[in-house]
Design a protein around this ligand. Structure first.
Ligand code: T3D
Length: 261
């Protein structure tokens, strides 16, 4: 049987594919464990400077595999799976000290939608759609949905999407600021790979500090955020990539960033 997570290492970046296409890449425990292990390795691997996440087949991810929840016994503790698998996944993506690009190749539903929204830059095929499917089965948006949605699209839209479970087509997701860009289906992977490869040549430490600033911004006051920016800039200013960026600018040549601290 094919592994439920595929990892392909390219030139300084890696492509991670959710690979249970017959179930629209919905998550079971095995897939969670594999993804956690692979992302953990990629996070530590300094030769990998950007990560692309996508799905195999016609969908990106339909969230939890609901077939695994059909039991005749006592109700499973969903809080336990959220705490064990989904929350660490979202923290892993947000906390990864390199950019994570998501190529949403088809429907992204339930936790699948919010895993996409947790990524740093989201591209979606024009035919893709985002569905907060939780309410339709009596659940609550998880995997950061109630955090990301109001911040990305505002409370009115976020709330309605969560309560109604209405699909948001990729073009509307772009227009609402939920994602970076909707692209032609046939161009999605080329565009996503080009973007990820480009990010992998950039000042990786500086990009990690930018992530850190944005991650903290939602909970900070302006004063706290200004102080954080000062501290992060101090760290950025000590990197070799900053020195290279300066030199390249002055010498009117393209910078050669190494991504080293
Ligand atoms: O449980 C916990 O641990 C708590 C955590 C929860 C996190 C969550 O994500 S809860 C939300 C779970 N997801 C959903 O509720 C979405 C369910 N799926 C759908 O609503 C629809 O499938 C889609 C809107 C995503 C796509 O619709 P469509 O018409 O394009 O495809 P389809 O025919 O419904 O699905 C294709 C196949 O995938 C189908 O199997 P079949 O009939 O060909 O054998 C379908 O059953 C299967 N599939 C789709 N989603 C899931 C799934 N199988 C298991 N689990 C799924 N989530």
């Amino acid at each position: 049987m094919d592994p439920s997570i595929l990892v392909s290492r390219r030139d300084q970046w890696a492509e991670v594919t959710l690979n249970r296409p017959d179930r629209l890449n919905s998550f079971n425990e095995d897939m969670h464990r594999l993804l956690a292990a692979e992302l953990g390795q990629l996070a530590l691997d300094t030769s990998i400077r950007a990560v692309l996440l996508t799905g195999a087949g016609r969908g990106f991810c339909a969230g939890q595999d609901l077939a695994d929840r059909m039991t005749s016994g006592p109700a499973p503790d969903l809080g336990a799976t959220i705490g064990t698998f989904y929350n660490p996944l979202i923290r892993r993506i947000r906390g990864m000290r390199k950019p994570v690009v998501c190529a949403v190749n088809g429907v992204a539903a339930g936790a699948g939608a919010n895993i996409a929204l947790a990524c740093d830059i989201v591209l979606a095929a024009r035919s893709a759609k985002f569905i907060q499917a939780f309410a339709k089965i009596g659940l609550v948006p998880d995997s950061g949905g109630t955090f990301f949605l109001p911040r990305l699209v505002g409370d009115a839209r976020g709330r309605a999407l969560a309560l109604l479970g209405e699909p948001v087509p990729a073009e509307r997701a772009e227009a609402w600021g939920m994602i970076w860009k909707a692209v032609e289906d046939a161009e999605l992977m080329t565009e996503a790979r080009t973007l990820t490869a480009e990010l992998a040549t950039q000042p990786t430490q500086g990009l990690a500090l930018i992530k850190e600033a944005f991650n903290a911004s939602g909970a900070n006051t302006l004063d706290t955020q200004l102080d954080l920016e000062r501290d992060l800039q101090r760290r950025a200013g000590r990197t070799s990539d900053y020195r290279e960026g300066l030199r390249a600018f002055m010498e009117k040549r393209p910078a050669r960033f190494t991504g080293e601290a």
